[in-house]
Design a protein around this ligand. Structure first.
Ligand SMILES: Cc1ncc(COP(=O)(O)O)c(C=O)c1O
Length: 374
């Protein structure tokens, strides 16, 4: 059975060009980047070239890019640093953030280091910026605002610059989880007011287990992981050399294909919206035709005996989709994001997420399968 993969917000297939770029660093160029002899120097050069390339793409300086193990570590590090090094005593976030943010913030609250304030989410899934402003105005203590650029479940896009502006006005630190937008949009992280941003290689056809944390030169923080002096003393541990090289190559590739990919993937999304609408029983979650990530579409189906098992039945037909974030796919734990939106909670949500490898024919097969399943 030829499988149809429509869960690209969970992870993407690595591009063979990326693998080719990584291979030498898995084989003959194996030196520890901290070693001073030839092999070490070659590895160090590869890492610093990758850092330069990533920094250029995100319009920041190489000294502001730190390689980590992925989005989760970067989110944790940003939140930890803001509380422990920058004196943030209040964390303002939303109920629809990724658990890498929500659980890291809750940990700081549970341990007594910070207080949590949740910004309201509008029915269309956008963050209520007026409420954010009100929270910032009424809070005397130093705030960390952590809001994601694109929601991984419903695709809604945040106005990064507007939030950065509010944070600047109120002297707040701003972290944005940009895991779903790095490699998908041209980002300018040097925009005033953005202090931390995160990325993960596997979301744009790069390798898993490698990510970045952008830390603006405006803020000085200490490492969360102690040990060696890697990553300019910010993140100890022998570097994931081939991962770093793969991350940079995947980002470079994404940039060269960005316009073309955005157009073809948006066409797929629009096609699926139109065809699902024809069914008459589907409602969409989020601002699907407005400020929305072109790679994600979240639709809810009526809850029936058949749709209770929808994800599994689609899998039996070779179609890979999820109910929400990767951690809730398979087991039907329900989505905290859909719950927070408060509408269509009696329905079965399905997240379809696309990449450049998907085709209209695959979507036609999906639609046929959906017809058979519900
Ligand atoms: C928005 C968002 N943040 C963070 C993460 C975690 O990234 P990683 O899997 O690289 O740790 C993900 C991926 O699942 C994500 O979609």
């Amino acid at each position: 059975m030829k499988r149809i993969y429509l869960d690209n917000a969970a992870t993407t297939a690595m591009d063979p060009v990326v693998l080719d770029a990584m291979m030498p660093y898995l084989t003959e160029q194996f030196g520890n980047p901290s070693s001073i002899y030839f092999y070490g120097r070659k590895s160090r050069l590869a890492i610093e070239n990758a850092r330069k390339s990533v920094a250029k793409s995100l319009q920041v300086t190489p000294g502001e890019i730190f390689f980590t193990s992925g989005g989760t570590e970067s989110d944790n590090m940003a939140i930890y640093s803001a509380v422990h090094d920058l004196g943030c005593r209040v964390i303002i976030t939303s109920p629809i953030e990724h658990h890498a943010v929500l659980h890291a913030a809750e940990r700081q609250v549970k341990d007594g280091f910070a207080q949590l304030k949740l910004v309201k989410v509008l029915p269309d899934g956008h963050i209520d910026l007026l409420h954010l402003e009100q929270l910032l105005k009424e809070t005397d203590a130093k705030c960390l605002v952590t809001l994601m650029h694109a929601n991984n479940e419903i695709g809604n896009l945040l106005d990064l610059h507007a939030v950065a502006g509010l944070c600047l006005t109120h002297g707040a630190i701003f972290h944005s989880d940009t895991v779903q937008t790095v490699g998908h949009y041209k980002l300018d992280l040097s925009h005033p007011g953005i202090h931390f941003a995160t990325g993960a290689g596997h979301k744009f056809h790069g390798p898993k287990g490698i990510g970045i944390l952008y830390i603006s030169k405006e803020v000085q923080v200490r490492p969360m992981i102690e040990g060696g002096g890697q990553e300019r003393n910010m993140r100890a541990g022998t570097e994931n050399l081939y991962g770093v090289v793969g991350f940079a190559k995947a980002l470079e590739l994404a940039e060269t294909r960005m316009e073309q990919d955005q157009q073809t993937i948006q066409e797929l999304k629009s096609y699926l919206i139109a065809r699902l609408r024809e069914r008459g029983d589907v409602v969409f979650n989020g601002d699907v035709e407005g400020k929305s990530l072109y790679t994600v579409l979240n639709a809810s189906f009526p809850r029936t005996a058949e749709t209770e098992m929808l994800l599994m039945n689609l899998d039996l037909r070779g179609i890979c989709v999820s109910g929400g974030s990767a951690c809730s796919s398979g087991a039907d734990l329900g989505s905290h994001v859909i719950r927070a939106l408060g509408s269509h909670t009696d329905r079965v949500p399905v997240r379809f997420s696309f990449c450049r490898h998907n085709t209209k024919e695959e979507l036609d097969q999906l639609l046929e399968a959906l017809k058979a399943c519900c």
